[in-house]
Design a protein around this ligand. Structure first.
Ligand code: GTP
Ligand code: SPV
Ligand code: MN
Length: 580
């Protein structure tokens, strides 16, 4: 296979000249190609076979121990003007970045195969979908891209029709953290990544293209590229709603997207459109519509069990690539929260003893095709996407943020999104559990200045009078003993129902300084058995603590200088005034 697109041919030739591979393979995305890559990796040890009786066609990949998460401090946006990327990004001048990367890429594929991966983000025939080509020397990346994107022949045909594509060059390099960089050149629609084989650093269609580059393009073209799940909720009466929710990494998107209604909710149905990324466009009627640009899930493994997420638990029993999980004596994958069994080998392949701590890496992941999800919605393949009723922001916060509240209107909702803060998780290298500002859950992923991004969000208010309602949720409040106060997972449906009922104007709420909150009586809590005092605490607004929070938000906005949209300052002042 090769191509009629001259720009692509030239770029592959130029890249081969720089990186010096032994051979070039154009990926067609076929099943046979996937099988031969698996065979190749079983031979090299890049993949290990798991128990093929209980986990058919499941494999384990062990990363380099220094390469197990996204590396935000090594991720750069490279634009001529530093001001374009804002204080929320690391910046490097394009000339300096190119020089550095050319040096690192020189000869890096010697003796290796250069794979050309044409891929499409979004349904192949969707006007909202966008194509890219990733060049990589990692067969693990190719196999993951096959699951995560619409990859191969059809994508290449679309590229040849359209003539445009995002270029992504990746090499695992020598895996040294000192020579690891994830560079984005939005003006050149180019991504370059070296020194990591891990998920978001290496599968360039995902965070690099579908968020950092796409957010840049979305601003210019009038749409939104967001770190959001998309879920369908159907009532027993057959009423359907589509919700989009932005939570930071490892804060519950995959789980909410494939929620299983609790026993108290007979007749309710929940279907998954997407679990990580949403591309949102206004249609000609002013309705916001969402597509999921991905075709698979790269999900957090620890904590997955039949009680928390039976859909995920079942879908990863076959045809799954596991990365950095532990292994039992029966050669089955194991992770914290799976079952009572004890693993024999940890994620690094060393014998495991209880005193060693977690056996699976806290950021261990599964890669699985979306079609394996029992709650998969075929609307994920609909070129037109789904109409969004509500946008939900959320974070992982032990204190302060109530279980749920509703913004007054779109403008206030943009403030709510811009004010998201969350405890850091193992999804990125660095300290875990410290609260940091993560506006719209996009701190690591917005490819330009947040101040411009908030202005872009605000601009939607002038474009449509049918915008979704905006909400904020927090599943992660803890009591004094460190126990989660809200049962979460399937029970989150109760909160989603209040949200839907608010959109339909049929649920009551209490008007507070931070927005509209339900009283416990406004939610269906039947059969939940939660202590009323706990419920009150989950729905309380602590004015003193919120005043402090507003100070924090205000100081954070100061960091964006005069670029901060005045409307955001006004919204903040309004909340402050209401708090008294
Ligand atoms: P990324 O893939 O990194 O973007 O993460 P995500 O937002 O999809 O998070 P995910 O659903 O994988 O959840 C991350 C962790 O949070 C897992 O260990 C879950 O078990 C846990 N979690 C998810 N939902 C809930 C919830 O409602 N309550 C509690 N207590 N934990 C949850
Ligand atoms: C995240 O960290 O938000 C993920 C995993 O979804 S990664 O693909 O590494 O970005
Ligand atoms: Mn994510």
């Amino acid at each position: 296979m090769t191509t009629t697109n001259q720009a692509l041919l030239d770029w592959v030739a130029e890249t081969a000249k720089l990186t010096q591979p032994e051979r070039i393979h154009w990926c067609d995305g076929s099943e046979g190609e996937y099988q031969s890559l698996v065979k190749l990796m079983l031979g090299t040890g890049d993949l290990l076979e798991l128990n093929q009786k209980s986990y058919p066609r499941c494999y384990l990949h062990r990363s380099d121990p220094s390469d197990v998460a996204r590396v935000e401090h090594l991720t750069f946006i490279c634009t001529p003007e530093k001001a374009e990327v804002g204080p929320n990004n690391h910046w490097m001048a394009p000339a300096e970045a190119h020089q550095k990367m050319n040096g690192l890429f020189a000869g890096c594929m010697r003796g290796r195969t250069l794979y050309v991966i044409p891929y499409c983000m979004g349904p192949i025939d969707s006007p909202y979908a966008r194509c890219g080509v990733e060049i990589t020397d990692s067969p693990y990346v190719v196999a993951n891209m096959k699951i995560m994107t619409r990859m191969g022949k059809q994508a290449l045909e679309r590229i040849e029709r359209e003539g445009s594509f995002v270029r992504g060059l990746h090499s695992t390099g020598d895996l040294s953290p000192d020579r690891r960089f994830i560079m984005h050149f939005p003006h050149e629609t180019l991504i370059q990544s070296i020194g990591s084989g891990y998920g978001g650093n290496a599968l360039l269609g995902k965070k690099c293209h579908a968020l950092r580059i796409a957010s840049w393009q979305a601003r210019q073209e009038g749409w939104l590229a967001e770190h959001m799940l998309i879920v369908e909720i159907e009532s027993p009466q057959g009423e359907r709603h589509y919700l989009a929710a932005a939570f930071p990494s490892a804060c519950g998107k995959t789980n909410l997207a494939m929620l299983i209604p609790p026993a108290s909710h007979a007749g309710w149905k929940v279907r998954t459109i997407g679990d990580d990324i949403a591309w949102l466009h206004l249609d000609k009627h002013g309705q916001l519509r969402a597509i999921n640009p991905e075709s698979g899930y790269f999900g957090v493994v620890p904590g997955t069990n039949p009680k928390t997420n039976r859909n995920a638990f079942d879908m990863i029993t076959h045809d799954t690539i596991f990365t950095n999980v532990a292994v039992t004596a029966d050669n089955e994958p194991w992770w914290e929260g799976k079952d009572k069994q004890a693993p024999v080998t940890d994620w690094r392949g060393r014998p495991w003893h209880k005193a060693d701590g977690p056996a699976a890496h806290p950021n261990s992941r599964f890669t699985v095709a979306a079609r394996q999800n029992p709650s998969y919605s075929s609307l994920a393949d609909d070129p037109a996407g789904v109409p969004i009723s509500a946008i939900i922001f959320g974070g992982r916060r032990r204190e302060l943020a109530p279980l749920v509240y509703q913004a007054r209107d779109w403008r206030h909702g943009v403030l709510v999104g811009a004010s998201v803060a969350s405890e850091t998780t193992a999804a990125a290298t660095g300290q875990v559990g410290v609260v940091r500002r993560d506006p719209m859950a996009m701190k690591p992923f917005c490819g330009y200045d947040f101040a411009d991004y908030w202005a872009h969000w605000l601009s939607f208010a002038d474009k449509s009078d049918k915008l979704p309602q905006i909400f904020h949720v927090n599943w992660f409040r803890q009591d004094k003993d460190g126990h989660f106060m809200w049962p979460g997972f399937g029970e989150n449906l109760r909160v989603l129902r209040w949200i839907i009922d608010r959109c339909e104007d049929r649920a009551a709420a209490r008007d507070t300084a931070i927005g509209f909150l339900p009283q416990p009586a406004d939610m269906d809590l039947d059969g939940l058995g939660i202590d009323p005092a706990v419920m009150d605490a989950l729905l309380a607004v602590d004015a003193g603590a919120w005043k402090q929070e507003l100070e924090g938000i205000s100081t954070y906005f100061d960091g964006y200088g005069s670029k901060i949209p005045p409307a955001l300052r006004e919204e903040l002042a309004r909340v402050k005034q209401r708090l008294g």
